[in-house]
Design a protein around this ligand. Structure first.
Ligand code: MG
Length: 159
């Protein structure tokens, strides 16, 4: 058996709106992501980490922006990667994530987002850790211009 690690990162610009989707959950707030899809930065970063661990490129290789139907639910992308992953006989060991967002604060959402990811991936909740940070008012995150997600993911594969 071999263990492989993957790293993923994603950023979307923010605009006035009626909510942000994170890990497949809708977080009600006065912002939305600017995106072709639903702008779920966490799922996008997770998918990139997963593809990295599998050595299969990045999300843009599999879903070029020109091919994405506006408003696509990112869970659709996730399902495709789940299929790829099971084809490779890869099993997720654990996932760790950071969401960088100034407002709203995500403290009360972290566990819910983790539980939702666990449901989507059919994993034990203990295998997923979700962290949230602000940027103390500094830079693009701190000024509420962008949201960023970063993910690392470990998989086991039969050697
Ligand atoms: Mg994205």
């Amino acid at each position: 058996m071999a263990v492989r690690i993957g790293l993923g990162s994603d950023l979307h610009r923010l605009k006035p709106g009626d909510g942000i989707r994170l890990g497949g959950l809708d977080i009600p707030c006065s912002l939305s992501c600017i995106a072709v899809s639903d702008g779920d930065v966490l799922l996008h970063a997770l998918i990139d980490a997963w593809l990295g661990a599998l050595g299969l490129g990045d999300i843009g290789d599999h879903f070029p922006e020109s091919s994405v139907v506006p408003g696509t639910d990112s869970r659709f992308f996730l399902e495709k990667i789940l299929t790829l992953s099971s084809r490779e006989k890869a099993r997720i060991v654990n996932i760790d994530c950071i969401i960088e967002l100034e407002r709203p604060k995500l403290g009360e959402w972290k566990k819910k987002i983790g539980a939702n990811l666990a449901d989507l991936l059919e994993l034990a909740p203990a295998k997923i850790n979700v962290k949230a940070k602000t940027a103390e008012g500094m830079g693009q995150v701190g000024n509420g211009l962008v949201i960023i997600a970063r993910t690392v993911l470990l998989v086991e594969v039969d050697a």
